[in-house]
Design a protein around this ligand. Structure first.
Ligand code: ZN
Ligand code: ZN
Length: 191
């Protein structure tokens, strides 16, 4: 019998198994016996038996083998998510803020929204006004471009979309906002 150990989540609950032999990790009979012996809750057993578990190679340490995780969710939300539609990189909230700052926007502490920094112009009368207008216009365009790439994640199926694709092609949700093209649920910001 292969070596194994329990994987516990931060609350100390068993949320998966480490198994030294990948062959065993993919063997439902082996898993069923092992989970029964360890007293893994029925619903988690059933999920794994139904193919809902995740088998991931162990890259955490050099013990080798692999993990069988009981949840079917993808591993911790990846910050490098791409839009499911156009495949461009979708910005998480922190990446979005970094991009805004790189482009010279400042975050308004009170409202949390980004403001344009305008100025640095010298001149007289109309020439300053028109330069200022141009500057605002191009900054608005820059901001729109960054915002279009901001990522949203579906609350149910976890699909990621960029804002541009959601606005262009996602149906409206009855509770407001956009509905997931895959499952119909609502979105949250990609964190
Ligand atoms: Zn997209
Ligand atoms: Zn969805």
């Amino acid at each position: 019998m292969a070596d194994f150990s329990e994987v516990k989540d931060k609350d100390g609950k068993v949320c998966g198994l480490w198994i030294s032999d990948p062959k065993d990790a993919n063997d439902p009979v082996y898993l069923a016996v092992l989970m029964m012996r360890l007293g893994v809750p029925q619903d988690a057993c059933a999920r794994v038996m139904a193919g809902g578990g995740r088998v991931v190679a162990n890259t955490v340490d050099n013990k080798g083998g692999c993990f069988v995780m009981f949840d079917s969710a993808p591993p911790a939300d990846s910050p490098n998510a791409d839009c499911s539609n156009c495949r461009t990189k979708a910005f998480s909230t922190s990446e979005f803020e970094q991009e805004c700052e790189k482009a010279g926007f400042v975050k308004d502490a009170a409202s949390g929204s980004f403001k344009m920094k305008v100025g640095g112009l010298a001149g007289f009368g109309n020439s300053v006004f028109s330069q200022l207008a141009n500057q605002q216009e191009s900054q608005q365009a820059t901001f729109n471009k960054i915002e279009n790439q901001r990522g949203y994640r579906c609350r149910s199926c976890r699909a990621v979309y960029c804002m541009k694709c959601l606005y262009a092609s996602a149906p409206a949700h009855s509770r407001g906002g956009k509905a997931c093209p895959k499952c119909g649920d609502t979105f949250e910001h990609l964190e």
